[in-house]
Design a protein around this ligand. Structure first.
Ligand SMILES: [Fe+2]
Length: 357
């Protein structure tokens, strides 16, 4: 699908597969940039002879690929949320889920109608699938957290836009560095430049409010001041940036990376809880973990007596004490309500319900 072409003859709106550098070796266009008459001339002037490009994505393809993918991810996440919060007994909570769904769908639909947003998403997906999937995942988790925190619809709109573009600066980082397990000091500095790169790229190439750009710039700042680029602390960090930081950590950990396996939901749950007051705002952590059930129905778990069990019913909001069915050991086949049998605890997840056997 990738074609090598002469830079000054590249078809307009075809998409760069590799970064393009100027004579000084500075990257002037990241992969995912659409070719225009302007940048084609610029490349020619910089002595770039050939470039590798993907064919242009047509408008109808953007509509037909990007929109259904986002909607699908959105509804998958919503199903998980219904399973978490709406189960068992609380009919009111279930009602709230429909409100959340309607609100999120309308915000997402709104910005999918914007040509410029669709364009950038389509290019990002063409150049780097993982980055696109991650951005959609972060957007959905950030918006769920924003909704359950009760932020205004205006703030939610900004949050969605900031979340989907927060890592676009990663396109300026060489893939070898992005996918490396052990980074040298210099490589880590390069990774740390991505929020600023996202900010600068969007400031010049998209028409986004300053509040959205600020959330993007600050998404790696951490509550205790240990983040980057400006080591901001606590409430000095933009609220949307705090939300995105948490959603980003969650989405990165539950997905596999070239250098590590995916973590189970319970491990991520545990990690995020452990970072309340250090990496993350405790108020956000509290709300976020209320939305995540580390042991959804059909999770296979290991118990503290060494036996295995399957979760058959949740005890909302006591997510760590569901009803289980022992699959081996002396209690094999028995249903045990962990809210009643306190000495019996779950040690870890053996298999998430979504895992393939
Ligand atoms: Fe990031």
């Amino acid at each position: 699908m990738i074609k090598e072409v002469k830079a000054n003859y590249a078809e307009e709106n075809s998409i760069l597969a590799d970064p393009v550098y100027d004579r000084q070796g500075k990257m002037i266009y990241p992969p995912g940039t659409a070719v225009t008459i302007f940048n084609r001339t610029q490349m020619y002037m910089e002595g770039v002879e050939t470039i590798r490009v993907y064919p242009r994505m047509l408008d109808y393809q953007k509509q037909e690929i990007i929109r259904p993918e986002i909607q699908e991810k959105l509804s998958a996440q919503m199903r998980q949320l219904v399973r978490i919060r709406g189960t068992d007994s609380d009919a009111n909570q279930e009602f709230k889920i429909y409100e959340v769904r309607a609100m999120m769908t309308s915000v997402v639909e709104d910005f999918l109608k914007e040509e410029a947003v669709m364009e950038k998403l389509a290019n990002m997906r063409t150049a780097y699938e993982y980055l696109y999937q991650h951005s959609v995942g972060v957007m959905i988790n950030a918006m769920l957290l924003g909704t359950s925190l009760g932020i205004s619809k205006t703030q939610l709109k900004s949050l969605g836009r900031a979340a989907i573009f927060h890592d676009i600066g990663m396109l300026f980082i060489p893939l070898e560095i992005m996918e490396k397990q052990r980074l040298s000091k210099d490589e880590y500095q390069i990774i740390k430049s991505h929020p600023l790169k996202s900010y600068l790229f969007l400031k010049d190439n998209a028409n986004l409010d300053q509040s959205i750009l600020r959330a993007i710039l600050e998404h790696h700042e951490r509550w205790d001041g240990s983040g980057y680029p400006n080591e901001k602390e606590g409430d000095k960090i933009d609220e949307n940036a705090q939300i995105i930081g948490l959603a980003d950590t969650f989405d990165s950990m539950i997905n596999e990376r070239p250098y590590r396996k995916a973590y189970s939901v319970s491990e991520v749950h545990e990690f995020i809880m452990s970072q309340a007051g250090t990496q993350f705002n405790p108020k956000l952590v509290k709300e976020f973990i209320r939305n995540i059930n580390p042991y959804p129905i059909n999770t296979l778990v290991e118990m503290n007596d060494g036996s295995s069990a399957v979760v058959i019913k949740t005890n909302t909001p006591y997510h760590t004490r569901p009803v289980i069915k022992a699959v081996n050991g002396p209690l094999r086949g028995k249903h045990i309500n962990l809210l009643e049998k306190r000495s019996f605890t779950i040690i870890k997840t053996l298999k998430d319900p979504g895992d393939h056997i």
